[in-house]
Design a binder for this molecule. Structure first.
Ligand code: BG6
Length: 494
């Protein structure tokens, strides 16, 4: 979370970003548009270069054209200047083909500006080719960065990091041969979102929430990450990953950790990572019979016709589960998580539902329970809401739920940067607070679920595109006498 003076620092650091997988969806949709925004805002160094790398053959000019279609151009002058910073190299990092061309391009650039750059390798490639790719960077000594002045390179890795615990450990082993912890930036872009960071401010910057943020006051917590889109052009990756690895293992478990961690002693990367890790470590691993009861997996109808998906694929595009955290603060508080593609709308939120202790003096007026809720909403609009009970105006005393909301859009008159813009700046200045530390612990929770799912338990449900997922997901929460509250409790509807 770069501070204002660090952002100024970013403007001074000569930097060369090499983006492997430059023709992929992530690069086109997120990385290049974010760089362009940073460029327009004057936040990139005057000595800044992007080397786009992928297998296809492109001239610089043709490649620039492919990204031009994705960025917001109000001023063609700015675009033309930005485009000049981008050059293209055809190479294959996983197959070790033409990596020398990258080194050569970087050396030429450093010679041209007469100084070393910090070289940053962004691995926007399929996670299934990470192992070979890391080794190949090592073979070409790319981790050493600009050797002349001993400026080591940085490496940026997208999630999921590994496929299970074993593969994650193997990848860590390879990375550690070449890179130190300070050089490794594991991205979970949810950590770059404004509301997610605001959870720190909300919880630890206000006095009124921490005292009630525990099992004595909170009945349960629910997290939803729903998307209306299908898997789009990502069949090859998604069919092997599924929703549990694509979203739950990283984004949802990170949200659980940030929303429940104890206060760090200091607002710095080590302290925050340690507290988050303490939560993920303590999520109770499920036994096989619990997996069958406490998880739901489903696939949207029509998924099997998607491009690059196996005709008999069992990949889940929807996952729901109930978990518990074994810490004194969260003892016996259920956490319900769900995520899915092709659902009714774009909703991501964390809802803390409070216990209803029974307001005795109003007893006669209750006809239904009206617990308090705190809503930390990331989509469709970022904001924080509190559901309260208020007296309905009128001569009689009748209580109604009302929402108090803080919405970014109306409270702050400033544009919100995309999560990737913030993360790119943090990478440049070397702030790792919003990056993943150890990922092994989250695999220890995910692996036992995947193992039972692979044996066909519980059965793979189907659901209609445009619905809220399979009925089994409702049953999962309703059998405990609760219900999914999103999208019912959506705030900042402007
Ligand atoms: C990515 C997943 O990490 O997050 C995608 O791989 C998903 O499948 C995306 O669509 C959701 O991110 P956001 O920011 O659009 O909510």
């Amino acid at each position: 979370m770069a501070l204002p003076e660090e952002i100024q620092k970013a403007q001074k650091i000569p930097t060369a970003f090499v983006i492997f997988g430059a023709t992929g969806d992530l690069s086109r949709k997120k990385i290049f548009p974010s760089f362009f925004e940073l460029f327009k805002a004057g936040l990139l160094s005057e000595n800044f270069k992007i080397v786009a790398a992928a297998r296809s053959k492109f001239s610089n000019q043709d490649f620039r054209q492919t990204i031009k279609e994705r960025v917001k151009i109000q001023d063609t002058g700015a675009w033309e200047k930005f485009a000049e910073l981008v050059s293209y190299v055809s190479c294959d990092v996983a197959e070790n083909a033409n990596l020398d061309l990258i080194n050569k391009r970087l050396e030429e650039y450093e010679k041209e500006i007469g100084q070393c750059t910090q070289r940053i390798f962004y691995m926007a490639i399929s996670p299934y080719i990470y192992a070979n790719s890391f080794e190949n960077l090592g073979k070409h000594q790319m981790h050493l960065g600009c050797k002349a002045h001993g400026v080591p390179a940085k490496i940026v890795i997208e999630k999921p990091f590994g496929h299970n615990l074993e593969s994650a450990q193997k990848l860590t082993g390879i990375l550690n041969k070449y890179f130190t912890q300070k050089q490794i930036f594991r991205i979970d872009h949810y950590l770059g979102k404004e509301t997610v960071q605001n959870i720190f401010a909300f919880r630890f910057g206000n006095e009124i929430f921490e005292p009630v943020w525990n099992k004595d006051f909170i009945d349960h917590v629910q997290i939803t990450l729903a998307e209306p889109e299908g898997i789009e052009r990502r069949g090859e990756y998604y069919d092997k990953a599924g929703a549990l690895r694509d979203i739950v293992q990283n984004h949802l478990l990170q949200l659980v950790a940030i929303a429940t961690m104890d206060a760090p002693q200091r607002f710095d990367q080590e302290a925050i990572r340690a507290k988050k890790l303490a939560i993920v470590k303590n999520i109770i691993k499920m036994k096989p019979d619990e997996v069958a009861k406490a998880t739901v997996r489903a696939q949207y109808e029509g998924y099997l016709n998607e491009e690059k998906v196996a005709k008999d694929s069992q990949a889940e595009t929807f996952a729901a589960l109930k978990l518990h955290i074994d810490t004194p603060r969260w003892q016996n508080v259920p956490f319900y998580l769900r995520t899915g593609k092709m659902l009714t709308g774009k909703v991501s939120s964390i809802i803390f539902s409070f216990k209803e202790k029974g307001h005795k003096i109003f007893e006669n007026f209750w006809d239904k329970p009206m617990p308090n809720h705190v809503i930390l909403q990331i989509q469709p609009q970022e904001g924080i809401g509190i559901r309260l009970v208020a007296k309905k105006p009128g001569l009689s005393t009748s209580l109604e739920p009302v929402d108090m909301e803080f919405c970014y859009k109306t409270s702050f008159d400033v544009a919100q940067p995309d999560a990737y813009e913030r993360l790119l700046i943090d990478i440049i200045v070397g702030d790792q607070t919003l990056f993943l530390g150890q990922v092994e612990e989250s695999w220890k929770f995910i692996d036992p679920i995947e193992e039972v799912w692979a044996k066909g338990k519980p059965k793979l449900e189907t659901y209609k595109p445009g619905s809220w997922g399979p009925e089994a997901a409702n049953e999962l929460i309703e059998k405990d006498g609760r219900m999914w509250l999103a999208p019912l409790l959506t705030i900042c509807k402007i």
